[in-house]
Ligand binder design. Structure first.
Ligand SMILES: NC(=O)c1ccc[n+]([C@@H]2O[C@H](COP(=O)([O-])OP(=O)(O)OC[C@H]3O[C@@H](n4cnc5c(N)ncnc54)[C@H](OP(=O)(O)O)[C@@H]3O)[C@@H](O)[C@H]2O)c1
Length: 342
């Protein structure tokens, strides 16, 4: 197999490269050379995917059996369209990493792949879309939905869309699991969102990568796949696993959503992975599971992420890291006002 990874130096793209090399595949990567070093063993081509000249230079290095596009999280549809059109003649099939945010109903209602998508033209620029007052829908979701349409327009049926929810694991730069791990390591009373039995379904980056590579090898199922953990784990299992992994001697205080809201705790960022909308963790991954998605137990993801943080820390400074987690003084104030409640 000969594949082209758009990206390939950062989080998911990097895991896809490691996985492909492990399968003995020939790998070309394409990025600007800013986000990390090239992985030894790849044919690394540097350039900007928003520049037609760079895309033409890249295209000349083809053909490939498959392209895996991991680098379109911040690109408007028209730039996705530019790359898809420039490469369409040099590639058999395209595995496009999209997101659950493309669904109009996320995070309000349970989702399958048949759920309606946000509407965004395939040639939209970066001004298209909006973020609602409660954080849904998101401009990001509109832009990614337009990106899907752009790839379909250029590749027709030779494309598969993977729609992950939250991706965790070693190399995570967003700072969700790293924050919970650091908080557990600090110990003491830990503010946590009740109900403790709420189930969450993030996926391990290595499992998303393996599924993406399976799809690159055989696109026969086609279409779109929700990529979420089929079993997930409960919040209490999550916090306990963070304490176990870090050896932290902490004890959670489970606070009701109303109490957290009253104290102005921001869902999703200040309390990472906590969001009260009914559909946030109700993403049905059964189509992907039937097509071969295998998700490791999340306890392994948590332990391996702590091991990565201990060994490497975070790969590069990333603005999203600082958005996550509650300030210790604010947490202490809330804990003091709630102590005795549970
Ligand atoms: N993280 C999550 O929880 C999550 C959840 C759902 C879906 N997703 C999706 O998963 C995909 C992968 O996300 P990610 O966070 O691993 O990667 P990412 O931030 O989308 O992409 C980073 C990679 O793309 C390259 N890149 C960025 N802009 C480029 C440009 N203009 N030209 C060429 N290369 C460029 C970067 O290298 P250089 O900077 O060196 O160019 C780097 O290798 C994304 O499509 C994202 O939307 C992520």
């Amino acid at each position: 197999m000969r594949i082209l990874v758009l990206g390939g130096t950062w989080f998911l793209g990097k895991e896809i490269v490691f996985g492909a090399l492990g399968r003995g595949w020939e790998v070309t990567t394409f990025n600007r050379g800013r986000s990390g070093p090239d992985i030894p063993g790849v044919n690394a081509i540097h350039g900007d995917r928003t520049a037609l000249g760079d895309l033409r230079r890249l295209s000349a290095a083809g053909p490939w059996d498959a392209v895996l596009d991991t680098s379109s999280s911040e690109l408007p549809p028209r730039d996705v369209l530019l790359a898809a059109r420039a490469l369409a003649g040099q590639v058999d099939r395209w595995v496009h990493i999209s997101t659950v945010s493309v669904y109009a109903d996320w995070p309000h209602h349970p989702l399958t792949e048949a759920s309606p998508l946000l509407d965004c033209p395939p040639d939209a620029d970066d001004t298209f879309g909006f973020t609602g007052p409660d954080g849904s829908p998101t401009k990001y979701g509109f832009q990614k939905a337009g990106g899907e349409r752009a790839v379909s327009e250029a590749l027709g049926g030779r494309v598969v869309f993977l729609r992950p929810g939250v991706i965790l694991g070693p190399g995570e730069y967003v700072g969700r699991l790293p924050w919970w791990l650091a908080r557990a390591a600090r110990g003491g009373r830990i503010l946590a969102p009740s109900p403790a039995e709420r189930r969450i379904q993030p996926v391990d980056v290595r499992d998303v990568a393996a599924f993406a590579l399976d799809q690159a090898a055989d696109l026969s199922a086609g279409g779109a796949f929700n990529v979420a953990h089929p079993e997930g784990l409960t919040f209490v299992e999550f916090v306990t696993a963070c304490l176990t992994a870090t050896g932290g001697a902490g004890r959670p205080l489970w606070a009701a959503a109303d109490d957290l809201d009253r104290h102005g705790v921001k869902q999703w960022t200040e309390m990472p992975l906590w969001r009260t909308h009914a559909g946030v963790w109700a993403v049905d991954p059964s189509r992907a599971v039937a097509a071969g998605l295998r998700c490791r137990p999340l306890l392994e993801t948590i332990a391996d992420t702590w091991a990565w943080l201990q060994a490497d820390g975070r790969p590069v400074e990333h603005p999203r890291w600082a958005e996550h987690g509650i300030a210790p003084e604010k947490e202490a104030k809330i804990l003091a006002s709630l102590s005795g409640a549970n």
